[in-house]
Design a protein around this ligand. Structure first.
Ligand SMILES: [Fe+2]
Length: 172
């Protein structure tokens, strides 16, 4: 939301556009954060997961551009303060010293917070698009939603299978 201008919400269409601009900014913030997270990850599976999610995230940006275009709008960013906050919290981990397995676990915790935020935002945006009978937008937003969910599940698997057991001493 702009500092000097007040947004106006009078229709579901206004809300959808607001969500799209917010997501467009959030995804671009992520394209800057994910390479740093990949570099910091020690576990090779985790590093690869961050790298492949970066590629997906670039696709998510393009899908949002297609949705803007489909709705006759120029793609526009609106600062996503929530994503900025999540990334800021993640920066504490990136700058931290410590055991690399514990750092990996912390990176996963950060990434899953990001995924859950995106899942909520894409779920909402897709729902708005459905209500507006914009099935093209709903389809594209749904594709991204599915990829965010899959990433979240993959991170859980990595955490349970490789990273967290060693930090809790439960690995045999
Ligand atoms: Fe995404």
């Amino acid at each position: 939301m702009g500092i000097f201008t007040r947004d106006s919400f009078n229709s579901l269409d206004d809300l959808l556009v607001h969500e799209l601009k917010d997501l467009y900014d959030a995804e671009q913030q992520l394209t800057t954060a994910l390479p740093k997270m990949a570099d910091r990850a020690k576990n090779p599976t985790l590093r690869k997961a961050f790298q492949s999610h970066l590629q997906q995230t670039e696709k998510h940006v393009q899908r949002l551009e297609s949705v803007f275009e489909h709705r006759g709008l120029e793609p526009e960013r609106e600062t996503c303060s929530a994503m900025a906050g999540l990334i800021k919290e993640g920066d504490v981990i990136l700058d931290a010293d410590g055991d690399s397995d514990v750092i990996d676990a912390a990176l996963i915790a950060t990434a899953q917070r990001v995924e859950h935020y995106e899942i909520a935002a894409y779920g909402t945006a897709r729902c708005f698009a459905h209500h507006l009978n914009d099935e093209y937008a709903a389809e594209l937003l749904g594709q991204t939603l599915d990829e965010e969910k899959a990433t979240d599940q993959q991170l859980t698997k990595i955490a349970e299978g490789a990273v967290n057991p060693s930090t809790t001493g439960s690995r045999r």
